[in-house]
Design a protein around this ligand. Sequence first.
Ligand code: SF4
Length: 198
Amino acid sequence: MKLNIILTTDAEGPGRRLAIWTAGCKIRCPGCCNPEMFNPKGQLPDMTSAELAEKILSTPGIEGVSFLGGEPTEWAEELCEVVSLVRERSGLTFMLYTGHYLPELSGKALELAMACDVVVEGRYDKSKPESERPRPRRWIGSWNQNLIFNTNRYSEIDFSGSNTVELRIENGKVTLSGWPGAISFYRKARASDDHTSR
Ligand code: SF4
């Protein structure tokens, strides 16, 4: 499967996590902050489920894994295998972001969602920013999206508090991860800069 990985982040769910962005998303929410992940065959690292599970298990200091996208359910079979392999040898937690609502899922996609400790479900809707909610939740893009807790490893309280954004500079490339509102703001600012400098 084609993917991007950040080995340790504090900005993609509760605690310190390994974050995986899988390539490919057919949903195409207007205003999506990850359009570069739409292409399932993009120029990204390619890993098997076994390789990804080993990478997760060999990463120290994490309490869990977050699957983001793209749309991770488009790789449901592979990710179910990853969850199973990792759970055989660790107590790491799993968090899934999906643009689908759970009743829309079936087969392996639903199996993946139910195998994760916590799921953020639903389309990103830029007209409903999470910041407009009376008590905004951390790491959530828009207030129509739901949090589903499949186990008792996490609860609403883990999603309260201030949002986090991480900025990385690697090989001269700047990337932002975390709070979708800040990422959208950064992208607009960069697009405007690019336009001005032409
Ligand atoms: S489901 Fe996620 S990745 Fe896909 S378009 Fe919507 S916000 Fe973007």
